[in-house]
Structures are given as C-alpha cells and as structure tokens.
Design a protein around this ligand. Structure first.
Ligand code: FAQ
Length: 315
C-alpha cells in the first residue's frame, strides 16, 4: 500500500474511534495536529495545577488554626498530585515533563489566568475552593469523557478530589459567614475580586475561541467555553444565596425563557492582558516556579544517580 493510502486508512480508523465516542490510546495512530492540541491543553492544565499551588500556599504559614492549616496543606498537596498525573498523561504523547517545565518558564506554554491574581485574605482560600475549584469541576467533569484515554482517566481521579476541594471552600466561607461582621465583609470582598476572573477561566467567548471547533470535533473538549461558563453561573447563584453573599453583577437575573441566568461578561481585554503576561502576579508566579526548579536540581540529580546505581546493581 502506498504511504498516502496507508495514512488515509489510519485516518479513517481514527475517525471511527472518535465517532464511536471511544478512546484513542498512546500507541494508536493519531493526526499530528490532534497530538499537538492535546500536548497544548494537557500541559497547560498540568502547569495550572502546579502554579495553582502558589496563591493558596501563600497562606499555609498563616492559617488561623491547626485544623485550617492541616486542611490547606492537604489541598495544596492534592494540586501537586494533579499536576503529576497530568504531566504523566502528557508524557504518553511523546514529550517529557522537563521539556514542558522549560516551556512554561520560557513563557512558551500557558497556565490558567486565574492564578495570576493575588490572595489578599484568608477568605480567598475559601473563595478559591468554592469558585475556582467549582469552575474547574464544571470544566473537568465533561473532560472525563475526553477522547484521549490517559487524559480522561487522569480527570476521573482529579474530579473526585476537586469536588472535595470545592466543598471545603464552601464550608470555610459558610463558617466565616456565621462569624462577625468583619468576617462577613472579608468574604464579600473576596468574592467581589474572584467572581470575574473565575468567569474567565472557561476561556474566550466561543466566537473568539480559535481552538474550540476542532477540539469539539475531535471530542477532546466535550462542551464549548460559553456553555460551561453558563453552567457555572447557574450553579453558583443558588450557592451564593445559601452563603448569603452577593455576586457582583447587577445584571444577574433568571431568564425564564432561556431557563438560565443572564449575566454580564467579564472584561475580555483584562483577560487578554493577563494571558499575555501583564496580570498582577504573572512575573512573581514564574519567578517562584523557576526558583523551586533551581533549588530542587540537587534532589533530581541525587534521585537519578540512585536509580542508575540500582539498575547497575540489578544487572
Ligand atoms: N487562562 O481557543 P481557546 C485548576 C488560551 S483549573 C489562560 O478557547 P482551548 C484546578 C488558550 O490556551 C484550571 N489561557 O482554547 C485548581 C488558547 O491559547 P493557545 C486549569 C487561556 O484550549 C484549582 C487561547 O486562550 N484547567 O487548575 C485561558 O480550546 C484551585 C484561546 O482559547 C484547565 O486547563 C485561561 N483561562 O480552551 C488548581 C482545563 N482560556 O494555547 C489549584 C483544561 C483560554 O492557543 C487551585 N483546559 N486560554 O496559545 C481546557 O478546558 C481548555 O484548554 C480551556 C481553553 C477551556 C481552558
């Protein structure tokens, strides 16, 4: 068979797997652009989990009680674990974790815009759990059915843990909301700051999203950015009412005809600026990641030397 005929037949097999809502596995043939799209999305997702440790990690030494410190430590450790599952999934596509980290530090790969905003009070730990993990769950539950096997399986486990994170954030805010006026004001101020960046997490509006159509056709993404954003708003409004906080959007109201809440779009110019590196914490986040990488070099060298000596002893 000629090369062209063989590629056409492999492509037809690939299309049939996608059509059946089945999984593509690492050793299966896949179009180069499918592979590149997955590397881009999964790497960006992994980097988000790792960089996402920083805003909450900022409060570990200043947690208000031993119980809150233990909860926060466990959550931040979970995010590290999520990053590692996702780097492993990405490595099945023929890239190494070291290459991906290098690209992150060089600004050639992205991470979620949300982590370029600062955490200014302990209420932010609760708001990140409630809104940021809440948005992450909305986005990630459908990704459990993504077409690439290792990514979907990583998402199954991550989603279970993210649901727990969301509940702990809500519980922290609920506790603060039943406290003093100052604590309630702290929660409201935090929600006012995080609401708009949380809406941005789903990516640009569908009409401006260059990747959505192809990623949906390949079933890498299972829903569009706008559909997931709407789902998040619909889910968050009753939760805000239960907490007793006001979401900072005067246009937020139930639309009987649509069966959804109407809401104001976030500032997309701000989103673009943050994605391009001009957010409040972009430089700080990457500098911190680079410092951790440099300071950990001796650990990686020692682990590699130990693994090599074990292999030599065994042979
Ligand atoms: N931030 O065409 P689209 C977490 C980029 S949750 C930065 O719509 P796509 C858990 C996008 O890459 C957060 N950049 O792109 C946690 C593209 O640029 P490129 C992580 C963004 O891929 C909680 C361009 O804009 N979750 O970490 C963002 O089809 C608490 C055009 O956009 C995931 O990554 C953004 N928000 O859709 C951890 C979920 N949005 O690459 C710690 C998986 C878009 O062409 C504490 N990812 N861009 O140069 C996805 O579902 C998708 O990649 C989207 C973007 C929906 C994020």
């Amino acid at each position: 068979m000629s090369d062209t005929l063989q590629t056409a037949s492999l492509e037809a097999d690939f299309d049939r797997v996608i059509e059946r809502h089945d999984r593509i596995e690492p050793r299966d043939w896949m179009p180069e652009k499918y592979r590149a799209t997955l590397v881009r999305q999964v790497a960006q997702h992994a980097h988000s989990e790792i960089i996402g440790m920083q805003p909450e990690g900022n409060w570990i030494t200043r947690a208000p009680s031993l119980r809150r410190k233990a909860i926060l430590l466990a959550k931040v450790q979970d995010e590290a674990g999520h990053g590692l599952y996702l780097y492993s999934a990405c490595e099945t596509l023929g890239v190494t974790r070291a290459e991906l980290t290098e690209k992150l530090i060089a600004g050639k790969q992205k991470y979620s815009s949300i982590f370029n905003y600062p955490t200014l009070s302990y209420a932010d730990v609760g708001t990140i759990g409630w809104l940021v993990d809440g948005a992450a769950i909305c986005n990630q539950v459908p990704l459990c059915r993504t077409s690439y096997g290792p990514y979907g399986r990583a998402m199954n486990r991550i989603c279970k843990e993210e649901s727990f994170h969301q509940r702990q954030g809500f519980e922290l805010l609920l506790t603060m909301m039943s406290g003093t006026d100052a604590q309630r004001a702290m929660v409201q101020e935090s929600v006012d700051r995080f609401w708009w960046p949380a809406l941005m997490m789903f990516g640009p509006p569908d009409v401006e999203s260059p990747n959505t159509a192809q990623s949906m056709a390949w079933r890498i993404k299972r829903d569009t950015n706008d559909d997931l954003r709407q789902k998040f708003v619909d889910m968050s409004v009753p939760q805000a009412q239960a907490l007793g906080v006001t979401l900072p959007d005067a246009e937020l109201r139930w639309n009987e005809e649509r069966g959804h809440y109407d809401f104001t779009q976030p500032d997309w110019d701000e989103f673009m600026a943050v994605v391009k590196g001009s957010g409040p914490c972009n430089a700080q986040r990457i500098a911190h990641r680079k410092r951790a990488l440099d300071e950990g070099a001796w650990v990686r060298e020692a682990a590699t030397a130990f693994a090599r000596s074990q292999r030599e002893d065994a042979s």
